[in-house]
Design a protein around this ligand. Structure first.
Ligand code: MOS
Length: 703
């Protein structure tokens, strides 16, 4: 019976948010008068601090402490054998060496933010500069194969015999696609506030995964994790940038211990570009070999990306291709180019966001070469089973998404030949791309208790990063306990509550909801027994221990449709409308799920047309390190976006039949836009973002 699950229930925390009662990390008022820490970043991209002098900064008004590598407490170095990078130590100010531009080299702590920031200018630093590697294209020949890529996936894969199959194919596509450095840049800047009591520390900070952050802080300071208390009741977006901790958290904790007062460190928007991680820039090589009928014979997809050698990170860029389309001969590869730039970490839809841009653009190119409808090409190559592992799909429905989307979008009105539809000055085109995203399951637990006043209190260390977790957990619990939703209270974002995998990788909702569901079922059983108020816990195991995750390919699918107009004179691209049809299993909340997908599709437009962080190849500095020059779309850039869910339940994924929706909207949406631009103009841009400069030279000239 579901009364609440699936309904478009408004956010249970919505009122608190609009009334300002939802307090974010550094807004906590019950911690006395915190001091403010301001980070000083290195002004060279590679080298060593030869001399650092904080005397003048220390004499500045209000300054209590200046931490540098010379006086910072000893910290542990990250242990690469720890499987998750987010659980590893994250030391700051641990050496005189500079590994990338803007790396923290000092923290100035003062009574006010202004005093700290002003005094930061007086920290005198002399560097010995080394020649760094900052130019991706110039260093491609140093690419190497990492042992493993993100999420524990294999670096390479091979089925059949790719080279001869590709060489003998009747029609081939052989192209390179490039995507730039990109950032998560959440609305709430990365920030932390720490306060010590004896040998225990409480940290308020914006976080996606509290349990890993606790492990990371414990590893850094070599302390007992049970003495670390983390709070993140509300997180203002993360998109990967709050999966782990960064220097602001480490430094707040260290400084607060030194001054024996609470210390908060809030990154400025500019500092986020230097202190928090980025999505690597990359070049992808896609080779498709097909018969004239459109049947794929060979699929090759290789990615080469940037990586700072001190913190190796390989985005699983080509992993999505491994299960997307049938072909007997296939190979995929990931390679890393060591560069002295900001470390790579997950940014929304790691892997599939850049990866599907390449493979779904290439599929569009193949359809064009074959003179075949791009939807028909995809349907022709629909696999019956995972083409690399041979396992059946738990619940795929990609073909249904494509067909239903085509019907709703009016795909038959798509110009069959590129650059043939004119509406005044505008060239109009349609594009399509598949969406796919792997489903992850990681150990998570939750607790529910009936309070004497008849309120069910649900607790988990899960975070709500703006996605609506509080609401869907309340819906699940209300249904499972057969209570009105008003009688459910959800408490999240504290390490005092049962530990889980947190919010990330589109796994948060399903892991948490299943754990909560199981806790509620257990509580109901208990209450049947003694009728008294009781408490119960529920948990979900890791995918490695769940036989379904080895028996089935468990992924979420969808299809994106885009219509663009391109101004023939200026090359300006305007999105006209967009549709996404998705089959991600059971929808917990029609409203919040739709919002997630719209957000993801908006990001897809942003990747296609706007976002690009530029690193100066001479200095390693991020040149456009603010939201004025690192472009993100504004309202006027985003058209009417329609989201449709195909009703389904993936019973192989879990007993609620649900999978993740957070990243799915950002998987393939960029390719749908790029393909629409090609359909409108006949110009294929393989280098994101698609800017006027790249488009204009190829636009058809009026006779
Ligand atoms: Mo995800 S990269 O945890 O938004």
């Amino acid at each position: 019976m579901s009364t609440y699950v699936g309904q478009p229930t408004s956010r249970v925390d919505g009122e608190a948010k609009v009334a300002g009662r939802a307090t974010y990390a550094c807004e906590q008022c019950d911690v006395g008068q915190p001091l403010h820490g301001y980070i000083v970043g290195a002004s060279v991209g590679k080298g060593r601090i030869a001399h650092i002098d904080a005397t003048r900064a220390m004499r500045s008004a209000g300054v209590r402490l200046v931490l540098t590598h010379e006086n910072a407490p000893k910290q542990a170095m990250p242990d690469p054998s720890v499987r998750s990078q987010y659980s590893r130590a994250h030391p700051a100010l641990y050496s005189a060496d500079v590994h990338h531009y803007g790396e923290p080299v000092a923290l100035v702590v003062a009574d006010t933010l202004e005093q700290a920031r002003a005094a930061a200018q007086f920290v005198h630093i002399e560097y010995v500069t080394d020649s760094g590697r900052f130019d991706f294209a110039a260093n491609l020949n140093s690419a190497y194969a990492p042992a493993i890529v993100n999420a524990g996936l294999a670096t390479d894969s091979a089925v059949g015999d790719f080279d001869p199959a590709f060489a003998s194919a009747e029609v081939t596509i052989d192209q390179h696609y490039t995507t730039p450095y990109a950032y998560a840049q959440p609305m709430e800047p990365n920030a932390a506030m720490a306060l010590w009591s004896g040998d225990e520390v409480t940290v308020y900070f914006g976080s996606q995964i509290l349990s890993e952050a606790r492990t990371a802080i414990a590893a850094t300071l070599e302390m007992d994790p049970t003495k670390i208390h983390l709070r993140s009741p509300f997180t203002g977006g993360g998109f990967g940038s709050k999966l782990g901790i960064h220097a602001e958290t480490t430094l707040a904790v260290l400084a607060a211990r030194e001054v024996r007062q609470p210390v908060k460190v809030v990154l400025t928007r500019q500092q986020i570009f230097d202190v928090v991680s980025l999505r690597p820039c990359m070049t992808q090589h896609v080779r498709l070999g097909a018969a004239k009928s459109g049947r794929l014979i060979a699929i090759g997809h290789d990615a080469i990306m940037s990586a700072n050698p001190n913190w190796e990170y390989a985005e699983q860029t080509v992993a999505g291709t491994r299960s997307l389309y049938a072909a007997p001969h296939r190979r995929t590869q990931h390679r890393l180019v060591p560069l002295d730039v900001v470390r790579g970490e997950d940014v929304r839809a790691p892997g599939d966001a850049p990866g599907l841009f390449a493979i779904e653009s290439a599929m569009d190119e193949l359809a064009h070469a074959l003179d075949l409808d791009p939807i028909e090409l995809r349907i022709k190559n629909e696999p019956m089973r995972n083409p690399e592992t041979g396992t059946p799909y738990s619940d795929r429905r990609l073909v249904e998404c494509l067909r239903e989307g085509a019907r709703r979008f009016g795909w038959t009105r798509r110009p069959a030949k590129p650059a043939t539809r004119r509406e005044g000055r505008w060239l109009v085109g349609y594009g399509v791309a598949s969406a796919s995203r792997k489903q992850f399951q990681a150990p998570s637990s939750a607790r529910v208790r009936m309070s004497p006043d008849g309120i069910a209190v649900v607790q988990a260390d899960m975070t709500d990063i703006g996605t609506g977790t509080y609401t869907i957990v309340a819906q699940v619990a209300a249904d499972a306990l057969e209570l009105p939703i008003e009688r459910v209270r959800v408490e999240l974002g504290s390490t005092d509550y049962p530990a889980g995998a947190g919010a990330g990788g589109s796994f948060g909702a399903s892991n948490t909801c299943v754990a909560v569901y199981r806790a509620c079922r257990a509580l109901k059983e208990k209450m049947k027994g003694d009728g008294a108020s009781a408490e119960a816990e529920g948990a979900i195991q890791s995918m490695a221990d769940d036989p379904n995750y080895s028996k089935y390919t468990i992924e979420a699918y969808g299809a994106h449709f885009a219509e663009v107009g391109v101004d023939t004179d200026t090359g300006e691209i305007r999105m006209r409308r967009m549709l996404g049809v998705f089959a991600p299993g059971r929808i917990m909340n029609a409203k919040t799920a739709r919002s997630q997908l719209i957000g993801g599709m908006t990001w897809g437009i942003s990747m296609a047309l706007h976002e690009e962080a530029v690193i100066d190849a001479r200095t390693g500095a991020v040149v456009n390190h603010d939201l004025a020059s690192y472009l993100v779309p504004v309202h006027a850039d985003i058209p009417d976006i329609e989201v449709v869910f195909l009703d389904s339940r993936d019973t192989k994924a879990n007993e609620l039949g649900m999978k993740g929706v957070g990243e799915l909207g950002n998987c393939g949406a960029n390719a749908a836009v790029a393909n629409a631009v090609f359909n409108a103009t006949g110009v294929r841009v393989r280098d994101l973002p698609i800017t006027i400069e790249k488009l204009l030279p190829g636009l058809p000239r009026d006779a």
